[in-house]
Design a protein around this ligand. Structure first.
Ligand code: BGC
Length: 409
């Protein structure tokens, strides 16, 4: 029997744009129209159906839930803040609390208001100030109900997809501009961290826990020669730890939010900066046996390895995302179970993990891949919006209820 520590946070995560539907004021909405990509449309209609969805989470014994707020609903035009949208999110959070579910609230999960994108988005230094105004507006009503804040989801992934690979809006491919955006995101986190803490301190409330959700991969040299080992270590230091170390130095981190999905096999083709940071193994004989439906390797051992490398920060760690898209629900449960074992091993070896949130509570809009990939504990039939609780959700629910994993499962 693998017993997890007491007071462990157990649950699942979502993000506003991926589940709510109808986020017409967001940059992604415009971009879907311009590019002819599969539109997010009604998504899971979670904006209206959240109570029903939280009933399901409660029935599955979740005691925590990570959600995000949609900036473009809360500030549809610059400086015009919507009290109605704020009231909505207060009700969402109260609905979680009424079910005994602890909310972890993300302020920014990849999407921006369209008006902000038009002003240059995160390349514009003024965006840091605008993010703080948005944060201050939210705190006014939500602070008394929220103990865990995640300022920005996966800043490094956002920079990589939107400003290096040029895949997501605004589809830029420039290392120089990527650096500017990363600096602005980092400044926004540090300042928002301080604003959140000051607000709680001024209101004499118990201080909250604030972090980011950092996407981390296990970077493994495919052939362990000097160049590959160097590349793996550089990637770990930039991609996994860069911002975490910076925020620690600025005393702007109360816990570490880790999003873990897979490993990356590092195989550098030739000397060069781009090669050191980007090249991966493409050898046919190195194809991996088990992947998710998007081709990412299932590699649970990597999570333990990543967690052990975070021990030196001496901060609590919450797994803010971990999950698999697959049509094979038995594989989903094997994936969850194997990752929980990996986390348990890391805890036994001294990593202070205090929570696990599966990605995602329900199938949803998987960005440029549309609605194809199925990550959900709960299946969604999009034409009818019918919810179906999957068997993996029931198995995971047993772990959430008992805080333990049977050894022989
Ligand atoms: C993101 C989610 C996304 C998930 C699966 C994470 O990087 O935070 O928004 O759906 O990965 O790709």
């Amino acid at each position: 029997m693998f017993k997890f520590p007491g007071n462990f946070l157990w649950g699942a995560a979502t993000s506003a744009y991926q589940v709510e539907g109808g986020n017409t004021r967001a940059d992604w909405w415009q971009w879907e129209k311009e590019t002819g990509k599969e539109p997010s449309g009604d998504a899971c209609r979670h904006y209206g159906l959240y109570e029903q969805d939280f009933d399901l989470a409660k029935g599955l014994h979740h005691n925590a839930h990570r959600l995000s707020l949609e900036w473009s609903r809360l500030e549809p035009e610059e400086g015009q803040f919507s009290e109605e949208a704020l009231e909505h999110y207060l009700n969402v959070i109260l609905a979680l609390r009424a079910r005994g579910i602890e909310p972890l609230v993300t302020l920014h999960h990849f999407t921006n208001p369209a008006w902000l994108a038009k002003k240059g988005g995160w390349e514009n230094p003024g965006t840091v100030k605008l993010f703080l105004k948005y944060t201050a507006f939210i705190l006014k009503k939500l602070a008394p109900q929220v103990r865990y804040w995640i300022t920005i989801n996966e800043p490094t992934v956002y920079v990589y997809e939107s400003y290096i690979m040029g895949l997501w809006p605004p589809q830029i491919k420039s290392l120089w501009r990527a650096r500017t955006v990363e600096n602005h995101l980092a400044a926004a986190h540090i300042k928002a961290y301080r604003l959140i803490h000051e607000t709680y301190w001024r209101k004499k409330m118990q201080l909250p826990s604030v972090s980011i959700a950092q996407h981390m991969q296990d970077f493994v040299p495919c052939v362990p020669d000097f160049r590959n080992k160097l590349a793996a270590s550089l990637r770990h230091r930039w991609f996994n730890l860069g911002l975490i170390s910076k925020f620690r130095r600025h005393k702007a981190l109360d816990f570490i939010g880790v999003n873990y999905y897979s490993r990356q096999r590092v195989e550098v083709q030739k000397w060069g900066l781009r090669n050191l940071f980007m090249d991966i193994c493409v050898k046919a004989e190195h194809r991996v046996p088990e992947t998710n439906s998007s081709g990412w390797e299932v590699y649970p051992e990597g999570l333990c390895r990543v967690l052990l490398k975070l021990k030196g920060y001496h901060l609590p760690i919450v797994i803010t995302e971990n999950g698999i898209c697959t049509p094979d629900d038995a594989l989903r449960w094997r994936y969850i179970e194997a990752h929980l074992r990996s986390i348990h091993r890391a805890i036994r070896e001294g990593a202070p993990v205090t929570g696990y949130l599966y990605w995602s509570l329900m199938d949803n809009f998987e960005w440029h891949d549309g609605f194809g990939p199925r990550f959900g504990l709960i299946g969604i039939d999009y034409p009818t919006q019918q919810r179906t609780v999957r068997e993996s959700a029931v198995q995971f629910g047993k772990v959430c209820k008992t805080g333990a994993l049977e050894q022989d499962l």
